[in-house]
Design a protein around this ligand. Structure first.
Ligand code: ZN
Length: 161
């Protein structure tokens, strides 16, 4: 128990510090923390991979794309936990990170409270088919069993920890 508490503290400033991530088209980065209280998810994704453009929408068509994608890509819709864990969604959002930046990133955050975290040994991330050209999802995770990282792709979208 002590070991992962130590590393959680080390990982958090790195993984959850929004300022430190690089904006790279085709690549999203996420942090996942599982502890006995539940699950916390945070991901940065370039707007280009959500909507196909990175500016504020200007045409009716762009407004429609934006609205549809924001509904479809809410994180709790494509992060599916095993039923045995009895996870209940607490919070979920998908929001523009820094409107003043030239390259827009969206941040997705979600948290769940789970009755049993034992069954949380893998996660099937069904994000890729909802995006426009997302090639990689880099995930840093910390669980009671340890910490690690993985690079997921459209062909390999199952995270195991
Ligand atoms: Zn960009």
């Amino acid at each position: 128990m002590k070991a992962w508490v130590c590393c959680l503290v080390l990982l958090l400033p790195f993984g959850l510090g929004a300022e430190q991530k690089a904006h790279q088209h085709g690549v999203a980065s996420a942090t996942l923390v599982i502890d006995p209280q539940g699950v916390e998810w945070q991901m940065d994704i370039p707007a280009d991979q959500l909507f196909g453009f990175e500016h504020a929408p200007t045409t009716p068509q762009q407004h429609a794309v934006l609205k549809a994608q924001l509904e479809k890509i809410q994180p709790h819709l494509w992060l599916v936990w095993p039923d045995e864990a009895q996870c209940q969604l607490k919070t979920a959002e998908l929001a523009l990170e820094d409107p003043s930046s030239h390259h827009h990133d969206y941040v997705s955050r979600a948290s769940w409270q789970c009755a049993e975290i034992g069954p949380l040994t893998q996660l099937d991330i069904r994000l890729f088919q909802l995006t426009l050209g997302l090639e990689q999802l880099q995930v840093q995770y910390i669980t009671p069993a340890g910490q690690g990282s993985a690079t997921l792709t459209p062909e390999n979208h199952r995270l195991e920890f």
